[in-house]
Design a binder for this molecule. Structure first.
Ligand SMILES: [Zn+2]
Length: 118
């Protein structure tokens, strides 16, 4: 026998089919021979690579999400500070130009925050 020992199971037309891998045996593990694809050691290696890649992607995604959240909370803080300042100015009833400027700053922050949320 020159074939890989792996049994391949497929499902076709609602039936379960099983056959031996048609590839040539190339790797011996214990007393069994496998092809390059079904070599259990190579399989473990591929699985480990896929796992590492998935983990890296998840970390990248959560980093991006965390950064976004940080930016959002920074904007929230800016809005709070600007609102407090605006309210203080409104209480004094003075500085209409400063008030208009603060309002513009608030609008700008709100617009940038909305963009960030998209
Ligand atoms: Zn095989």
């Amino acid at each position: 026998m020159n074939q890989c020992i792996e049994r391949i199971v497929t499902f076709r037309e609602l039936a379960h089919h099983e056959h031996q891998c048609p590839r040539t045996k190339t790797v011996r593990r214990g007393d069994k021979w496998y092809c390059w694809q079904h070599d259990p050691v190579a399989r473990l290696g591929r699985r480990a690579v896929a796992h590492t890649r998935a983990e890296a992607e998840a970390t990248e995604m959560s980093n991006a999400a965390a950064l976004r959240q940080l930016k959002l909370s920074e904007f929230d803080n800016l809005v709070r500070v600007a609102k407090d300042a605006l309210e203080a100015l409104l209480l004094t009833g003075y500085y209409p130009a400063a008030r208009a400027h603060l309002k513009a700053v608030l609008d700008d922050i709100a617009a940038r925050r909305a963009k960030l949320k998209e």
